[in-house]
Design a protein around this ligand. Structure first.
Ligand code: ADP
Length: 477
């Protein structure tokens, strides 16, 4: 049994902007089933404080990164939470990362340094009687944890730190004149620790200071060490190659269960998707069509390859296919999608974030599209597998590791679960649309693909066991 302090800037069901929140919310329960004891440290954003009932005060911090703060304990669903209640940092309207002007909050470095510092205090002093054996930080927001552990703890008793990269694109960089306000040690502002091209980098602090680093798929772990995917951190990661591994994400198979999902007409076999498809077409104002009804649920950014969809779309539409898209993000992409949808009767676009609708889309869609330029793990293809919604994905990162391409060999052996395309270009995506349409037209082959998809183990069991083993191996060292 390992006591783990998980440090995350977002966590389902309280706050979510992306896949990190799903992982932080689901992994503790899966680890508990294996006997590990996880508490999750989360910022006390306004949205969090509003949802948490009767928290217990564990400790108080005076003059903590610009104001007074408290550490609170609370239970939400099956999560044991420690909440850093620091109103001067977190009690604000708007997004958890961005101010009303759409830019990062100017004090983001301090906001997440405070979170990391609180984690180090819990590691050293405990929260009540509970003290972690290990701290597990997620992304740059937890990157300074090893710096503060190094400050607060003796070398011989230092709590081990495991660092998970969900997306290496975000570095949490800031200018060197914030060393003092971030409570960092001047003497460690160098290339071996957290200095990155003259700036302070929270991500680099985590990468250089962690006892083990992992990311959310094996392929992405390899990719991260290359200039194409490493986003400038490839050298730092190569230097730590022997401590770097990949563990693919799972999904919450209770929340995403087609047999019990309250949002949909429940089903256990691919045939049961049919009434959901009719309902989905109605909801998106799409007529009947002979080709596959594709769905896409995503942040609308360059990373996610949304522009490729716009370019490759004719190949799908010419074959009688349709696309229902839900997302929000870059204004330019939102506008381009809406304009195109106004011209194309078989393209329907909803701009927004809508969890319930995303379930109905997975239930009613024939195929789910994930044409990402890079994708550390990706979750929507996993929901697709679970709901018999055949994933059409770019061959990258976790999309490589979780989908079996319908190659002639895989089809002959009856193991294919989806369609992959490579290189990640509009032309290759257009070809993939044609392959998808051909597969869809061959009803028996298509149903076999759907059944294979639905059989894939996409829950947390295997991955939680891998995390538990990772913790044990760090503690053994
Ligand atoms: P990332 O973390 O890079 O955004 P992931 O695929 O790992 O990508 O996770 C995205 C998560 O957010 C998934 O659970 C996905 O269903 C959800 N999501 C993204 N956009 C929307 C949206 N507009 N409405 C509902 N859910 C969304």
């Amino acid at each position: 049994m390992t006591r783990v302090l998980s440090v995350a800037s977002e966590c389902v069901p309280l706050v979510k902007t992306g896949g990190l929140a799903d992982v932080a919310g689901a992994l503790p329960g899966a680890l508990a089933a294996l006997g590990d004891d996880v508490k999750t440290l989360l910022p006390g954003y306004r949205a969090v404080m509003n949802k948490v009932k009767k928290p217990r005060v564990v400790s108080k911090f005076e003059n903590f990164f610009g104001g007074n703060a408290r550490l609170l304990a609370a239970k939400v669903t099956n999560l044991d939470l420690l909440i850093l209640d620091a109103p001067h940092l977190y009690d604000r309207d708007g997004s958890i990362y961005l101010g009303p002007d759409g830019n990062d909050w100017p004090d983001n470095p301090e906001r997440f340094a405070a979170l990391s510092y609180a984690a180090a205090v819990v590691a050293e002093e405990g929260a009540g009687k509970w003290r972690p054996d290990i701290v597990h930080g997620h992304d740059w927001q937890a990157g300074f944890v090893p710096e503060y552990l190094q400050k607060l703890q003796d070398k011989t008793t230092k709590t081990p730190f495991v660092f998970t990269i969900h997306n290496v694109a975000f570095h949490g960089n800031t200018s060197a004149d914030r060393l003092a306000s971030l409570r960092l040690s001047d003497w460690r502002f160098n290339a071996d620790h957290f200095e990155f091209w003259g700036q302070i980098s929270a991500l680099k602090a985590g990468l250089t200071g962690a006892d083990r680093i992992n990311t959310v798929s094996e392929t992405y772990a390899e990719e991260l060490m290359t200039p194409q995917f490493g986003m400038g951190m490839e050298g730092v990661l190569r230097a730590r190659a022997s401590d770097l591994s990949g563990i693919v994400n799972g999904i919450d198979t209770d929340v995403w269960n087609p047999a019990t999902d309250p949002e949909i007409k429940a089903f256990k076999t691919p045939k049961g998707k049919s009434p959901n498809k009719t309902a989905l077409r109605k909801e998106f104002g799409l007529d009947k069509a002979p080709g596959p009804l594709c769905v896409l649920i995503s942040r609308l950014t360059h990373q996610k390859g949304i522009d490729l969809i716009l370019d490759a779309l004719p190949a799908l539409l010419h074959r009688g296919g349709q696309l229902a898209l839900l997302g929000s993000g870059d204004t330019q992409l939102e506008v381009a999608l809406l304009e195109r949808a106004a011209q194309e009767p078989n393209l329907a676009v909803k701009i927004g974030y809508d969890e319930a609708l995303s379930h109905r889309m997975m239930a009613g869609g024939d195929a789910v599209l994930v044409p990402s330029r890079f994708e550390p793990c990706g979750l929507t293809q996993l929901y697709g597998l679970r709901y018999g919604t055949v994933p059409l994905v770019a061959l990258t990162g976790g999309l490589s590791d979780t989908v079996i391409n319908a190659s002639p060999a895989a089809l002959t052996q009856g193991v294919a679960t989806g369609v992959q395309f490579n290189p990640i270009t509009a032309d290759a995506l257009a070809n993939a649309f044609i392959r998808l349409s051909d597969l869809y037209a061959a009803a028996e082959t298509w149903e076999k693909l759907q059944k294979n998809a639905m059989k894939q183990p996409v829950g947390w069991e295997t991955s939680a066991a891998a995390y538990s083993a990772l913790y044990e191996s760090v503690l053994k060292d």
